[in-house]
Write a protein that binds this ligand. Sequence first.
Ligand code: ADP
Ligand code: MG
Length: 579
Amino acid sequence: MTYLFNNPANFADELIEGFVAAHRHQIQRVDGGVMRRQRAITGQVVVVIGGGSGHYPAFGGFVGLGLAHGAAMGNIFAAPSAQQICHVAQAVDAGGGILFCYGNYAGDVLNFNLAQERLRVQGIDVRTIVVTDDLASASVIEKHKRRGIAGTLPVFKAAAIAADAGKSLDEVFRIATEANERVCSLGVAFSGCTLPGANKPLFEVMNGKMEVGMGIHGEPGLYRIDSLTADGVAEMLVDKLLSEVPQAVSDVSGARVGVILNGLGAVKYEELFVVYRKIEQLLSARGLIIVEPVVDELITSFDMAGISLTLFWLNEELEQTWIAAADTPAFHRGVIADIAHLIGNDIEAKSAAEKLPVKPGAADSQAAAKIVLSAFEAAVDAINAQQEYLGRLDAIAGDGDHGFGMLRGLSAAVDAAKAALNAQAGAGTLLMVAGDAWSNRAGGTSGMLWGVILRNLGNALGDDARPNSATVAAGVASALQAVIDLGKAQPGDKTLVDVLYPFSTALNDGAAKGLSLAEAWTAAAEIAGQSAEATKNLIPKIGRARPHADKSIGHSDPGAVSMAMIIDAAGRIIRKHCD
Ligand code: ADP
Ligand code: MG
């Protein structure tokens, strides 16, 4: 239960504002997130982390000396947008290259990858480490598919210490890669979390039961068992983690490990200590040498009741990064000795580049832009009416934010479209501006993809002529191609591609037959609706829902359903205003 909030839609912005106000000596606000107060040394590598909000201290709390240089902070449980990530990266860039480091979630991967592409075009050297420590989310053979949880901290730390030591981007990348290979975590949960403004938990765990391996956004766990005692939980977590020792560790007895016992939100420190007492006994009994353990809240899931245990298998190099000093809002260790060179080196964050003025479109295109705005408004109404349903659909195998995220993105698109229309934008520019606003405000996987869809459609329509069935069909086809190129989903993978692909084909068929836009769109919208319904029978092969394929069967894909709703709403406007 969240007790204190104003308008839930502003919760993430307001928490970031207060967080920065409370830690001004260490961090400062930058468009898209936060960065260190002090400037990095010119020519050094910098480390940019990030993810959704609602997991404090991950991720903004890990920015500061001895840890990350900057963090992109998304909305509650939603990945930051590519624009946000770019802003943070540009603000902290010191000229020696940037390492992106974040937990493995589809939305984060898509947005960080897009940001990486954009920064590389600007000549900035960027590499990426995706942290994959959560044992529950895939088998060890598919470690690259695992999610990132509390094991993100040792990887961030390894990267940052290497970067601040002046190592090259290749070296920083190597050290962070090795850290990720040597870290493994597992969690249990006793109850779900309730997001600000929601009247029931995002997910529930039955009384007297615990869920093993549940994700930090409520992604379902491996299995449910009867609740254990504190010692019983400690034994289970230690057993499971010791069943997967990295190959590089030849002998468990005598091995040195960093240990993290993480509280997920509602569990008290006192409870953590009771569990840690047993963990220490068990690891010591197996001959492990514990180095600088951390018993704390590091990556939470709002008010979820649960804990996770992380083992970080050290070698000499990684041990140095693990024990190194750090001074951030949420993580302190030792004393940062060598800060003399940083004193007086505070920097003011640069603000993002001003938006380019909109160029007026031709009269025909401006008239079409008005219709596009009406279509967005109709889409907002349609999604608003089904927001709860979309969230529930997403919660079955994903994280439950789809309805909220779509509404947030669409509302931003409407605001931007209105402003563009006032500036006499044509239909193409209006769509592009709306797409940027959508992805920037919504974040997440679908926010990023809708941004790409609208950008491609806008680009194809341009600002010179009234769109017709042929130009719209070509624009939708290019949007489809861009979504497949970026997201790598194929038809049948149970994503919004399962609607966009048949919709695009039908629209192009209609246009080829010489149908009007209204006729072609109506026929294609019918197929989009049927295709969304048909995703019920598919098995998810990509995105957040993939680890819980079985739960998803029998339920449609949320992104596919919302896309069909938007297509349908747009169809009503097109029939009213176009031939
Ligand atoms: P998130 O997964 O970041 O929480 P949303 O809940 O807003 O994002 O959106 C989830 C939807 O995104 C899924 O239902 C699916 O339709 C779509 N999706 C996820 N991954 C991909 C992908 N790689 N390509 C295309 N669509 C995807
Ligand atoms: Mg989601």
